[in-house]
Structures are given as C-alpha cells and as structure tokens.
Write a protein that binds this ligand. Structure first.
Ligand SMILES: O=P(O)(O)O[C@@H]1C[C@H](O)[C@@H](CO)O1
Ligand SMILES: Nc1nc2[nH]cnc2c(=O)[nH]1
Length: 60
C-alpha cells in the first residue's frame, strides 16, 4: 500500500474481524487459528460479494 500510494494509486484496504482478542493473561479463553480459519470460511462468500460490488461501483 505504501508503494502503491507512492506511485499515485488509490488504495482500499479491508479487514475481516475473525475472532476476539483475549486481553487477560490468565484467562481460560485462548485465541486459536482454527476459529480464525472457520470465520474466514464462513464469511468468504460475503467478502466475495462485497468486493465484487465495490469493483462494480469503481468501474461504473
Ligand atoms: O498466539 P497469537 O495471539 O499470535 O494467536 C493468534 C490466534 C491465532 O492462533 C493466530 C491468528 O490466526 O494469532
Ligand atoms: N485473525 C487474527 N490474527 C491475529 N494475529 C495475531 N493475533 C491474531 C488473532 O487473534 N486473530
């Protein structure tokens, strides 16, 4: 993104929130990669649709 901006390109960044951050060191809860993969998979179609719509709007 930094190089793209340097070259004068417009940049859109997106992020999918995939899990909760565990703030307490001694918490029983633990963040794990499986929940991240699971959410990514569960939301992949939504992300595809959203990005397609954005590209359509940019192109029109
Ligand atoms: O050990 P961290 O906090 O880096 O772990 C998080 C949770 C997942 O294991 C991974 C992201 O997928 O980072
Ligand atoms: N998606 C995701 N990425 C991370 N990178 C470091 N920690 C995390 C986390 O809890 N979730």
């Amino acid at each position: 993104a930094i190089v793209a901006r340097h070259c004068g390109m417009e940049v859109l960044a997106m992020s999918l929130i995939t899990n909760c951050c565990v703030m307490e060191f001694d918490s029983d809860q633990k963040a794990n990669h499986e929940e991240v993969l699971e959410t990514g998979k569960a939301r992949s179609k939504d992300m595809q649709k959203l990005i397609s719509k954005i590209v359509e709007k940019i192109a029109s």
